[in-house]
Design a protein around this ligand. Structure first.
Ligand code: CU
Length: 161
């Protein structure tokens, strides 16, 4: 009898240990499951935010408008082709892109009533984009371009080759 009584606490201890281990197992299993759920929820914004990308026409020239300069301020186009220039205003002020006419002069500000090539729209607001589709002259040469809002400081050159 004394031996049996001595064994009882051992058995109780083993049972208590097993119950504790099962409890711990369930606790961590639950924790792991809720952790996985948390990961799935948090992965939603990352996967959906990766879709929008900068859309630039393949092969086209991109010119970025800043306050107050063109980047790049020197571009090269092929004579006799139709050049499509993608324009994006990264500055805070409105800008535009106005290429001088074939005589080398800027005919009118903002190309009103003239045949000078201008960005479309001709007033590119902050954060907005525009395009300039231009029938490049057949003979090689050089033409100036400028922003009509800042005609003195915001200028550039186009090389026709
Ligand atoms: Cu400007």
């Amino acid at each position: 009898m004394k031996l049996d009584l001595a064994r009882l606490p051992v058995v109780e201890g083993v049972v208590a240990f097993l119950v504790l281990m099962i409890g711990v197992t369930f606790f961590f299993a639950f924790k792991a499951t809720s952790g996985e759920e948390g990961q799935t929820v948090s992965s939603f914004p990352t996967s959906s935010a990766s879709s929008p990308a900068a859309s630039v026409a393949p092969g086209g020239t991109t010119v970025v408008l800043h306050d107050n300069k063109f980047d790049p301020n020197e571009i090269t186009v092929q004579a006799g082709t139709t050049a499509t220039i993608q324009i994006r205003n990264d500055g805070k002020s409105p800008h535009n892109m106005h290429i001088a006419g074939q005589g080398g002069d800027f005919t009118e500000d903002f190309c009103t009533g003239s045949a000078d090539p201008c960005s479309n729209p001709n007033r590119v607001k902050s954060g907005e984009t525009a395009t300039l589709a231009w029938q490049v002259p057949n003979s090689p040469g050089e033409l100036n371009f400028r922003c009509d809002f800042h005609p003195q400081e915001m200028t550039g050159k186009i090389k026709i080759q």
